[in-house]
Every structure is written in structure tokens, then in C-alpha cells.
Design a protein around this ligand. Structure first.
Ligand code: MRU
Length: 354
């Protein structure tokens, strides 16, 4: 179910239901899961059928519409009250990506502000989810193009490194970090992309490489622990990663392993960029210390597929899904409104308001 230009869309409104690319099955199977109910959308987000901060937000916005469709009352007050329950359920799925909370707040606000009947509110919620999806696609294209302008001038063809998957699959369909890679490829400025495999769920190995292969972008897969060695050999010109939540001071939460990548980038004098939409910036949080870090099940560490890697008892596991990269390790933050030093993030917000 790709677009005519073969672009990948992780969330599609189709036949009165939401189709999600099942990201737990890629790259072996390219299949869709059809979602009709808000509860199933919440499960799909939690189990990572759909994942990546902006894509989670889009999916949740559709979840709000599906929930609105399930509410049987025609009385506005009762309807809005029950819609709050749907919002609470969707909010409880994943704690770190602020886009989830942002998208649900936006849908809730639309519901309260829509005058007219309950049916009018339902219609407005569907339109909101669709608008959000389209906006995200345009936002990512702008991030890619702004980001490209600040990448190192030399060499002419750059070798970039990314972590996790911040691509079409994680967004409305172009990608944030991978959007910058796409823009560089389109403009003839990319030599190749190095992708970290991204333990434990292997989003880099499974999803980033899959996206690159679809488009013929040259990609080299490495394990996470190889990044420092590659930098020491001078193989990497810049690092570009996505984010799940950025605090007002520029501290950025992203997939576990991003922080160590930022440290080794600093040690090797390799510029380290974070590419993210403004909806990923949580201006209410002064710094990254307040970002909630999701902890996931031990099975993600002790299994690879159906194979158990570890002793089955007598040991403990700790599986934080994200870490926070301090602002001082970030060269710049690439947004749809331009590229900002972490300390200047407030200017990014002002450029939206004015
Ligand atoms: O756990 P995931 O796969 O949802 O984590 C995704 C990431 O960490 C991405 O880098 C981030 O959400 C940015 S996606 C444009």
C-alpha cells in the first residue's frame, strides 16, 4: 500500500479504518494491520507495530477518532467526558515520546472547540488526524532541507551515521534524521549511511537498512559498539539522530545508545546533530532530568526472535528504552523552522509564534 511514488507511509487511513505497516515484522514481511478500534490502536502503539515519535502521535490522533466513533451518546458533555477516557488510555501506551501527548492534546482541544453536534466533533477529529499526518510529512521535508544546509561542507560526499530508525516508518513518511539523509542523497551530497543496529530491538538493522534498500541509498550496517572504532578510522563525517523528547535547554531523549554515540562523537570531533519537529520539543521541561524514560520487558534483551540468549534464571535485567543526551554534546538541532544551537531552542518556538 505504498503511494504512487513508492513512498512508505506507516499510518494510512483507508476504507474507514487505519492501516499500519506492521513494523514488528519488517524486513521479512511487509504487511499491514487494520485497526478499527481505539483499544487496538493503543495496543499497536504499546507493542510497537507503529513506533517512532511522530508516527506514534499520528496513530494516536487516529485513535482519538476511532474512540469518538465508539462513543454512543449524542449528548455533548457525556461525549467529551468519554473522549477523555479514550485520551487517557492512549496516553498510557508509551511515556517518552512527547509527540504522543502533543497529538492527543491537539485532538482533545479540537473536540472542545468544535461547535455543533457530536457528529460534527467526530468529523473534526478525523480531519485533525489527517491534517496532522500531512503536516508531519511537510515538516520532515523541511527538516531534511534545513538540515542539509548545515552539514559539513567537506568532503563533498558525506558519510553519515544514524542510530535507531528516524525514517519514513517513524513519521508521516519522510523521516527526521533519515529525512536529512534523504535530502543529502537527493542533492548528491551523500556517500553512504552507516546505520547502528540499535540493540535491543534492532530498529537500525531491521528498519533503517530496509528503508535505504528500498530507495537505493548506500548503507553499511554496524553493531552499536563499532561506532567509536569507525570514527577513529575517520570513516564518519557527521552523526544525525532523531529524538523522542527535547527539553527547553536542548537535552534530548532518544533511543538507548544515543548518549554513548554523542560521547564518542565528541571524543572524535565528529559533529552530532539531532533532527526533530517542534512537536518533539517539550518547552515545559527545563532540562532532560524530567524526561520520563520508558522501561521495557526483559525479553527484549534476553531473546533475539525466538532464541533465548541468556540463562533463564539467576540474573536480573534492566531495559531502559531511551537515554538523554546532554545539550552540550549536541552540535545543533535541526527543525522545520531552521537549525538552532541547543541553547537557542526558545528562538525556534518564537519563530512559530511570530
Ligand atoms: O522505541 P522507538 O522505536 O519508538 O524509538 C524511536 C526513536 O528513538 C526515534 O529515534 C525517535 O522516535 C525519532 S523518530 C523520527
Amino acid at each position: 500500500m505504498n503511494s504512487p511514488n513508492n513512498q512508505v507511509y506507516p499510518v494510512i487511513w483507508h476504507n474507514n479504518a487505519v492501516s499500519l505497516i506492521d513494523q514488528t515484522r519488517l524486513p521479512n514481511e511487509y504487511t499491514f494491520v487494520e485497526i478499527h478500534r481505539s483499544e487496538d490502536m493503543a495496543r499497536a502503539i504499546k507493542t510497537m507495530i507503529v513506533r517512532g515519535a511522530p508516527a506514534i502521535g499520528i496513530a494516536a490522533a487516529y485513535g482519538m477518532y476511532l474512540g469518538a466513533r465508539e462513543i454512543e451518546t449524542d449528548k455533548r458533555d457525556q461525549f467529551l467526558q468519554q473522549l477523555e477516557t479514550v485520551a487517557t488510555m492512549l496516553r498510557s501506551t508509551r511515556p517518552t515520546a512527547v509527540n504522543l501527548f502533543w497529538a492527543i492534546s491537539r485532538a482533545t482541544q479540537v473536540a472542545y472547540e468544535t461547535l455543533g453536534t457530536v457528529e460534527d466533533i467526530r468529523k473534526a477529529l478525523l480531519e485533525t488526524a489527517q491534517a496532522l499526518q500531512l503536516e508531519d510529512l511537510q515538516t520532515c521535508q523541511a527538516i531534511g532541507d534545513h538540515g542539509l544546509k548545515v552539514l559539513p561542507n567537506k568532503p563533498e560526499k558525506l558519510t553519515l551515521l544514524t542510530h535507531c530508525n528516524a525514517g519514513a516508518l517513524a513519521t508521516g513518511g519522510y523521516g527526521t534524521a533519515l529525512g536529512v539523509v534523504r535530502s543529502a542523497w537527493r542533492e548528491g551530497r551523500l556517500n553512504r549511511l552507516f546505520a547502528d543496529e540499535t540493540r535491543p530491538r534492532l530498529q537500525g538493522a531491521k528498519l533503517t537498512t530496509w528503508e535505504c534498500v528500498q530507495e537505493g541509498i548506500p548503507v553499511t550496517l554496524i553493531t552499536d559498539s563499532m561506532a567509536a572504532h569507525c570514527m577513529k578510522q575517520g570513516l564518519i563525517d557527521a552523526v544525525v539522530v532523531g529524538a523522542d523528547r527535547i527539553a527547553a535547554n536542548g537535552d534530548a531523549a532518544n533511543k538507548i545508545g544515543t548518549y554513548s554515540l554523542a560521547l564518542v562523537s565528541k571524543a572524535h570531533d565528529v559533529p552530532f546533530y539531532v533532527a526533530a519537529p517542534l512537536s518533539t520539543i517539550d518547552f515545559d521541561l527545563a532540562d532532560g532530568g524530567g524526561i520520563p524514560i520508558e522501561e521495557r520487558e526483559a525479553t527484549e534483551i534476553c531473546h533475539v526472535g525466538d532464541t533465548i540468549l541468556t540463562p533463564t534464571s539467576g540474573l536480573d535485567f534492566y531495559n531502559p528504552a531511551f537515554d538523554v543526551t546532554p545539550a552540550e554534546l549536541i552540535t545543533a538541532i535541526m527543525t522545520e523552522n531552521g537549525v538552532f544551537a541547543p541553547a537557542d531552542l526558545l528562538k525556534a518556538r518564537k519563530s512559530v509564534i511570530s
